[in-house]
Design a protein around this ligand. Structure first.
Ligand SMILES: Nc1ncnc2c1ncn2[C@@H]1O[C@H](COP(=O)(O)O)[C@@H](O)[C@H]1O
Length: 254
């Protein structure tokens, strides 16, 4: 039975108590989720990650029925798989035990990236999210390398906490949210600057007119340099390989 504190009518007190217990429950879930993820990263000895973002909806080319739009988008699946294979192969062949590829664990580009890593014998980490639609852990991530989240916000923090580079493939709201949150955090000094590669000139040029933001004073001219556009696996690899080499030299070489 709620006690009166003399200031609030009883009906309001019930409300206050339920808001408090709601907040307490969420705070417990939030901290529990954060700690569970920390534990997995620590158990796996992961200190540096290369994060890959992109659409949950882009299919494997073999799932297209030969229509141009499907094949056009599916090329990004093939490219995400190939670049991830190169990254995974580099990490494995150089025995970089603290460095891992990390994806959202779901379908589409996330699957392509986990699959490319798997092709190279690299165990990528999947930050899976519990959502009503499209929710399935892709088959290229072992259950012990998957971390399940209820909260997008915490998941994004874990995506970025150890990130040393980011590749962003075409995508919808989810991908845009992840890209713009990262750019905002870097722009506002809330996280260190990391290299961000936005993959697929044709797709992104049609979607974003960032020069307009600079021209109208919504961002600084220098903010245009916060990400770099790449348009092929080879071009992306030319940027990523030296980043991996630096990580190897600085943190992983015996
Ligand atoms: N089904 C999903 N599983 C895991 N992660 C997901 C899922 N759907 C969206 N996401 C996250 O958001 C982007 C992709 O969203 P799009 O709206 O399809 O661009 C992806 O990077 C995931 O982190």
């Amino acid at each position: 039975m709620a006690k009166s504190n003399g200031d609030l009518p009883l009906s309001k007190m019930h409300l206050t108590e339920s808001v408090e217990s709601f907040e307490r429950t969420h705070a417990e879930h939030l901290s529990g989720e954060w700690m569970t993820a920390e534990k997995t990263f620590n158990t796996e000895n992961v200190k540096h990650t290369i994060s890959i973002f992109g659409s949950a909806r882009i299919p494997d080319p073999s799932d297209c029925t030969n229509t141009d739009p499907c094949l056009d988008m599916a090329q990004y699946y093939a490219d995400a798989r190939e670049i991830s294979k190169r990254i995974g192969a580099y990490i494995e062949s150089n025995q970089m035990i603290h460095t891992r590829l990390i994806t959202g664990g779901g379908p589409g580009i996330m699957e392509a990236a986990s699959r490319g890593a798997y092709d190279a014998g690299h165990n990528s980490i999947g930050l899976n999210i519990v959502i009503p639609r499209e929710q399935r852990l892709n088959p290229f991530i072992a259950a012990k390398h998957s971390i399940e989240f209820q909260y997008f916000a915490l998941r994004k923090m874990h995506f970025l906490k150890r990130a040393r580079a980011l590749i962003v493939f075409p995508g919808g709201f989810g991908t845009l949210d992840e890209l713009f949150e990262t750019l905002t955090l870097i722009q506002t000094g809330k996280m260190p600057r990391i290299p961000i590669f936005v993959y697929g000139k044709q797709f992104w040029d049609r979607l974003l007119n960032v020069k307009h933001l600079a021209r109208t004073g919504m961002i600084d001219e220098k903010d245009l340099a916060l990400y770099h556009m790449v348009d092929s696996v080879d071009e992306a690899w030319e940027w990523i390989a030296p980043i991996l080499a630096d990580l190897h030299a600085e943190y992983e070489a015996p």
